[in-house]
Design a protein around this ligand. Sequence first.
Ligand code: DQA
Length: 148
Amino acid sequence: MSETPVLHVLNGPNLNLLGVREPDIYGRDTLADIERRCVATAAGAEVVFRQTNHEGVLVDWIQEAREGADALILNPAAYGHTSVALHDALKALSIPVIELHLSNPAAREAFRHRSYVSSAATGVIAGFGAAGYELAVQAALILIRERA
Ligand code: DQA
C-alpha cells in the first residue's frame, strides 16, 4: 500500500444521469455531488472517481486498479446483472472490492436480483442512496487499514 491510500470509485451506465434519472429511486444528488461526498469522506485519501456507459471501458478500468489502487468501489449499474466480463476482471484483483448500489436491487424487479459482481466482491452496500458511497469509502478505508 502507498502512504496515502488510493480508492478507485467506478460507476457504470446511466449513472451520469443521476439527479434527473428516476429521482424517486436514485435520489436528487448528481454524480458530481456524490464525487464531492466521497472526497470529503475520504479525508485525505486519494479518490479516483470515474463513470462510463461502456462495459469494456469498465473492464479496462478494473484492470487498471490492479496497479495503484488500494481498494475498488464499483457501482456496476445494469452491467452488474449481466456481465461475466466484469466478474472475471474483478476476480483478477487482490484488493478489497465493494459492490455498491444506490437502490436495493433485491427489493426491485426479479431481473435485478442476479449480480455477477457480488460473488467477486468483498462486500456489498445497497439501498442507502448517495449515502451508500460514503459508507463504501469508510468501509474501504477500514479494510485497507486492517490489511496494512
Ligand atoms: C443501480 C441498480 C441497478 O439495478 C440499475 O441498473 C442501475 C443503478 C443502483 O445504483 O441502484 O443503473 O446500480
